[in-house]
Design a protein around this ligand. Structure first.
Ligand code: SIN
Length: 278
């Protein structure tokens, strides 16, 4: 465990997740503070900040300390600021963005390193986000199954969550591209990924973007993937974050999956998100 000098770090669960204190992330922070925040992210996989005031320019400035900003290909609906995505839920929405276990945007050739989500408006109850540790998901597989997965690649596509064939825009207030020029983005990634900073192996499939295993039929892939989806979200690998206005979650998108729980149908939930390129 690292000893932190500039921030406080309080784990919120056994598997992953820590609340960071003693820092106002809207300020121009010293490299030493940013270094500790990055270390806490690598150690705890998802970190949380409370009671922050993060106008969009400060949100982007903080995010840039960790890398270039990622431009989401499916939220480009003509808005001027291409680097920020707003996730809005309104009463009447029958679906939420990120409602199933997933890592973000894994259909890209290079997946984003992370995301920073800031709560503008939150319901009085519900709307929590769960996260799951994918190092643990990999490490708890049997040696036999690990050997089977080694060398396998999964195909990832955004076909379920954007484009004219997807029905998500009918169900939720946050809109994605569904024009007839839209084309799916499809790339294959190893099922067992190696984290570029920690060198640790983790499971890298998810039920939103993964559509099959390379070189296998759908019928052959499905039982393996179903098993992995079930396994990767076991309760003991997870933490659950209760949002308040001004809360921030910063997750490492390379070794976690997350799930936005849609359980409040009467209130507004409004979030501001940046993603950091891989
Ligand atoms: C997401 O999947 O990026 C959204 C998470 C959330 O709104 O809680």
């Amino acid at each position: 465990m690292t000893e932190y000098r500039h921030i406080t770090v309080a784990p919120i669960a056994g598997a992953l997740g820590a609340e960071i204190g003693g820092v106002n992330i809207a300020e121009d922070l010293d490299d030493a503070v940013i270094g500790e925040i990055r270390q806490a992210l690598l150690e705890h996989l998802v970190i949380f900040f409370r009671d922050q005031d993060l106008p969009v320019d400060r949100h982007k400035a903080f995010s840039r300390r960790f890398g270039d900003l990622f431009i989401h290909p499916n939220y480009q609906l003509g808005q001027e600021d291409k680097e920020t995505v707003y996730l809005l839920r309104k009463p009447g929405d029958t679906m939420a963005t990120g409602e199933w276990w997933h890592a973000d945007t894994t259909m890209m050739e290079t997946r984003p390193m992370g995301a920073i989500l800031y709560a503008l408006e939150t319901p009085d109850y519900g709307g929590d986000t769960m996260f799951s540790n994918q190092y643990m998901a990999y490490e708890t597989l049997s040696d036999g199954f690990k050997a089977t997965l080694e060398g396998l690649k999964a195909v990832h596509s955004d076909i379920r969550v954007a484009g004219p064939q997807s029905d998500v825009n009918k169900k939720r207030s946050s809109k994605v591209r569904d024009d007839s020029n839209w084309q799916p983005t499809v790339h294959a990634h190893p099922v067992v990924a190696v984290h570029p900073e920690t060198g640790r192996k983790c499971l890298y499939v998810n039920s939103v973007y993964t559509v099959g295993l390379e070189g296998m039929t759908e019928a052959e892939s499905a039982p393996i993937l179903e098993y992995l989806y079930e396994h990767q979200s076991r309760p003991e690998f997870t933490c659950r974050f209760r949002w308040r206005k001004g809360s921030v979650a910063f997750w490492d998108n390379r070794c976690t999956v997350h799930y936005a729980i849609h359980d409040n149908f009467v209130s507004v939930r409004h979030m501001q998100r940046t993603q950091i390129a891989g």
